[in-house]
Unconditional design. Structure first.
Lengths: 440, 440
């Protein structure tokens, strides 16, 4: 049998992000089907190859993992900024969300997927409404995702009453089971919008189907106060009292935590997603990420919805994460570039329960690979690739992207979406948003 | 006489950044020679035009002003990161700087100018060694600059003893007097590296020639402690006691200030340059910018040297500035997008003493103009251009740039420099740096 490969990437420095952070200069990545067949310095040239990609002497690394977003909120980007949180939500975001439909979420998610692929993200975790549309749009664009319908005590513009919400959540699990790109989670919104019975039921559904639970926790001080007042406990203690803490639980934000709560998270192997830009922009606070990592907690990184960011560029998110904790702790050595890049790759994948499948370039793993062009003034000369990726590079330095063995971007050209059409639909939806919100 | 224009920009929304923040949708900018002849909605089409630039429905705004950098440090980007300040300086930066020469600084500054033009910056303020080379490189690349040789108590790799340093500083003033792009400042390094007599003498030279003084002030807590110990006063009080405070004084960083010091700066109309990314990365602290602005102080924004950033992209700097003060003050309404964009344009120009010449698009001002392409997923749809520029855009969304009436970038192609040659020279210099520092 003659060896055959679907894609071979040549002429780049490979940052594998494996456990040893192995690096191969002038290495190659061989892809067969949806998987990585060879990563490193080959002992022979691949015999038959359908497609050869030139990394142009740049960097080859795992596709980035956006651990928390609300993709369709791309249609609300810049709609309102620099406002107190409740004014932003009540006067702009909620009125717009109340008028949304399936087509709106589909169009917004395609827009977000275009931006994410163009900035090097290959996997995202989403929480929103009409989430079946998010799964469809992600699948269409060729992106890997973990998605779930948001559940809360009040009626939803999608499913109506919560009983229907659980039906919808279960139908997502059943519909997308076994899909190569789409995974489903159960996603109660937060502790202050979900009564204990909802949280327990959501958790039981997740355990039944062996899928993750995704939830916002301890994002703001007012949330912490509210949970303490309602339940006499801090947020993570409340989750613990409900028996929900566990390795299947992914909590977003985790800004305001006591030492005891951090130890609970570590003990129960709960996963944390850090969203520094959103936490800064909404003036929520600074999450104690170095402390959590010190306790062994797996931490990924996310952009949050781009209405509170306002972009989906994980390179910018990494840069800010590294710097924010330095100035918070007044320690320039904390959260070094490699640590932060691991949050966006190997650790981010582990946080989403995908650590065996993606997050590093190792034979047998799914082929989610990006190539960064370094022949640019802001990336020349190069002493340390990790430093350049975190502190100097931006999303549009990524030139090629492969997800699950499929080439989705080549030379910055999106291959899975008609970009012109995606932008046209987005502008049409924005006209509706203006009518709903700004021209009232 | 038939009207003639050298460059006409059409088909964009003009953000003038004038005092009223006037905006013209589908406006035009007419350039004649080095100046703006018309900005807004024309009442007739220009009759003769040498060059028409299409803004493609995007944004037309003043070129950005980088208020503080050490351009040639682009050759040290990523050489060492995530280290305690003194280890970074003593083991990496100082040993490399000790070996530098004129050619090194020229090559490094060209690299920096390429990056700055490609990311929308048209003016920069520099402090470094061999500063005549910085002026030459800026002039060659077509950039506007305010530069000055760094002066301090110890010997310099450029001029040797301080007496020669003052001669060099004066020669720069005389050599570049009247140059359309290059302005000179007198630049004592800092209060902890310059004895009072040096500071007074530098200030007197600046006053004699009517040029600014540029100096690092109150960047770190240890600097404040050192100045208090040496002089019994805090840094700005020390400057005040030396009689140096005044509208010609530009202080970089201004991180650690007492209320009394802020009032002194306001009273004496001292200018401040904010460098949030460097202050975060080196764990220096967070400057009290909203407080300074509340007192009426003119504040510009800078990247600092890109070895402590690690890029020269003012779009990223604006984004971080807006967010950092929100999370510091826990007020999401502080430092809105327009305020921050003004720091990088009109206020930045005023901070450098160039407020009458540049910083806004108004007839009679010099033609320093950039065009941002908004037909991209991360800038679509657009509800608010200021929000997009600060929170969503990145330097490489800038497509055209004009400085002093000269087209320096068109469709992202640098017209003033041979980029391939600039990158090649940078890589050669990096080989030397590796020998000097990493391979010892």
């Amino acid at each position: 049998m003659v060896e055959q490969y679907d894609i071979v990437i040549k002429n780049g420095t490979i940052l594998t992000m494996d456990r040893e952070n192995s690096v191969f200069e002038d290495g190659q990545v061989w892809v067969r089907g949806d998987a990585l067949a060879m990563v490193g310095i080959p002992d022979h040239e691949p015999v038959r190859t359908r497609k050869v990609l030139d990394a142009r002497g740049g960097l080859i690394l795992p596709g980035l993992v956006n651990g928390h977003t609300h993709a369709a909120m791309s249609l609300f980007r810049g709609l309102a900024d620099d406002l107190p949180l409740m004014e932003w939500l009540n006067n702009y975001i909620f009125p717009a969300e109340g008028r949304m439909d399936t087509d709106f979420v589909h169009a917004g998610t395609l827009l977000a997927c275009a931006e994410m692929i163009l900035s090097g993200t290959t996997t995202f975790c989403d929480m929103y409404l009409f989430e079946d549309q998010v799964a469809r749009a992600a699948s269409l664009s060729g992106m890997r995702c973990l998605v779930g319908e948001v559940l809360y005590d009040f009626n939803s513009p999608n499913y109506g009453e919560i009983e229907k919400g659980f039906e919808y959540a279960e139908s997502l699990i059943l519909k997308w089971k076994g899909h190569p790109l789409v995974s489903i989670a159960v996603e109660p919104h937060s502790l202050f919008t979900c009564r204990p019975s909802l949280l327990r039921r959501a958790n039981n559904m997740a355990l039944k189907y062996n899928v993750p639970v995704v939830i916002h926790v301890a994002e703001t001080l007012s949330e912490v106060d509210q949970i303490k007042e309602s339940y006499g406990r801090r947020p993570v203690e409340h989750l613990n009292s409900l028996g929900i803490l566990g390795p299947h639980l992914i909590i977003d934000h985790a800004v305001h935590l006591s030492q005891a709560e951090m130890e609970l998270l570590a003990h129960h192997r709960v996963k944390v997603i850090h969203n520094p830009e959103s936490n800064m922009k909404l003036a929520s606070g600074i999450a104690p990420i170095p402390d959590l990592m010190g306790l062994g907690v797996t931490v990924g990184i996310g952009t949050d919805g781009c209405a509170s960011n306002n972009n989906l560029d994980l390179f910018a998110e990494m840069d800010i994460a590294a710097k924010l904790h330095k100035v918070k702790t007044m320690d320039p050595a904390i959260m070094d570039a490699l640590t932060v890049l691991r949050m966006a790759t190997a650790e981010g994948a582990r946080a989403l329960g995908m650590g065996r499948m993606i997050g590093s370039l190792e034979p047998g793993k799914r082929a989610d690979v990006i190539v960064v062009d370094t022949h640019k003034p802001h990336l020349t000369p190069m002493y340390n690739p990790y430093s350049h990726l975190v502190y100097s590079a931006r999303g549009n330095d990524v030139i090629h992207s492969i997800i699950n063995g499929r080439l989705v971007m080549e030379d910055r050209r999106l291959l899975t979406l008609d970009l012109k059409d995606v932008l046209k639909r987005a502008r049409e939806k924005a006209s509706a948003v203006r009518r709903w919100v700004l021209d009232r």
